[in-house]
Ligand binder design. Structure first.
Ligand SMILES: [Zn+2]
Ligand SMILES: [Zn+2]
Length: 379
């Protein structure tokens, strides 16, 4: 990764006032805020950088040191990389304390979703998929899920190295970056061997085989609200992986809802196909159809058409947030007899005749067309 200057990161010039700095910081922090860019790693990195840059430049002493000695100067003065070890929670706390209510709805919820501690070997949040039957999603339910969460290996303090001993990475000389040259240009790239850590394991920890963590079994019971849909995600706070600070990240449960044999879901509406025999459709009849809450009476009027829809308001699925119910839409599927016997044939012919000209709609429909086509060939 090419290292940008803090001033470049904040898109200001070196002589900018603290007011200009704050204004620009605010604009950029909002732009890359995790709530606006869920699951966007690049935006998260930018958000972290912007915060890091502002932490330094907004502090007069740090800014002076940075101007004179650069980033290395800050480290030399015991001010650390600042954010090198900070996690997303800390950054969010700083961001929120800075803008408070002015951030308007930001700073809660999904900011935490992409949280990852850079000093951490694994993400603190993780996701599991939970299959749900159609009715479980529609009506809500309680589920107990077994998970495995990661916890830092005590033997090696999460380093993965025997007795916690790390060596300087020989590939990058401990810089965490390697310089690539291409023609007149040079690029700084994260060291592929140590992944930017600058250190490598001398000897793998026997307890965790160098992984740096162990897996613990966990059992989580969650209440699933009525109306959840396929792909919806539920956050279970504090049931993710355990960090070095003993705090656990969050567990995300993504629902995989099974399809039902008869009901088809579309948002909060539910569709059901109702087979109707052609005589029922013509004569009209009140029939009983299945509904989410039991049964419904469907009044087929005389001459109901194929694919005709009947809507039952409030018989659909409860909205997961408002609880307001959607519609149940019953759609007619016209069924014709596969075979007819002699008796039925006679009856149908009699019926056909009784309709007279109405029973031959193609004749009236095409009458003028036949004449027109004939006229095309008249010489
Ligand atoms: Zn390295
Ligand atoms: Zn270990």
């Amino acid at each position: 990764m090419t290292e940008l200057d803090y001033y470049e990161i904040l898109e200001v010039n070196k002589s900018c006032s603290s007011g200009e700095l704050k204004k620009s910081y605010r604009k950029l922090a909002m732009k890359y805020h995790p709530d606006r860019n869920p699951d966007d790693k690049e935006a998260e990195e930018k958000f972290k950088l912007v915060n890091e840059a502002y932490q330094v430049l907004s502090n007069e002493e740090k800014r002076t040191i940075y101007d004179r000695y650069g980033k290395a100067g800050l480290e030399g003065h015991g001010m650390g990389g600042g954010f090198g070890s900070a996690n997303m929670d800390d950054i969010m706390d700083i961001f929120n304390s800075m803008f408070g209510g002015a951030a308007g709805g930001f700073g809660s919820g999904f900011g935490r979703a992409a949280r990852q501690d850079p000093g951490q070997k694994y993400a603190l949040d993780f996701e599991v998929e939970l299959p749900l039957a159609f009715h479980e999603a529609v009506f809500g339910c309680q589920k107990t899920i077994d998970t495995f969460y990661k916890t830092p290996c005590k033997e090696c303090h999460g380093t993965g190295a025997k007795d916690g001993k790390l060596e300087t990475c020989d590939y990058c000389g401990g810089q965490g970056q390697v310089i690539m040259r291409q023609g007149p240009m040079t690029f700084a790239q994260t060291c592929p061997k140590c992944h930017g850590r600058g250190q490598k394991i001398a000897q793998a920890c026997a307890s965790c085989q160098g992984k740096g963590y162990h897996e613990e079994k966990d059992s989580v019971t969650i209440s699933i609200p009525a109306g959840v849909d396929n792909g919806n995600r539920l956050r279970v706070q504090g049931r993710g992986n355990e960090g070095k600070n003993k705090r656990r990240g969050d567990l995300y449960v993504t629902f995989l809802v099974e399809e039902d044999e008869h009901f088809m879901r579309h948002g909060n509406d539910v569709y059901i196909e109702v087979p109707v025999f052609f005589t029922q459709a013509i004569l009209g009849e009140t029939i009983t159809i299945p509904a989410l809450q039991g049964e419904l009476e469907l009044e087929l009027k005389q001459s109901t058409k194929d694919k005709e829809q009947f809507v039952f308001e409030g018989e659909g699925i409860a909205d997961v947030h408002s609880g307001r119910k959607g519609r149940l839409v019953a759609q007619v599927r016209m069924v014709l007899p596969k075979k007819i016997n002699t008796k039925q044939k006679e009856l149908l012919e009699e019926l056909q005749d009784s309709f007279g000209i109405e029973s031959r709609p193609h004749k009236t429909a095409f009458e003028s067309t036949f004449d027109k086509i004939r006229s095309w060939f008249k010489s």
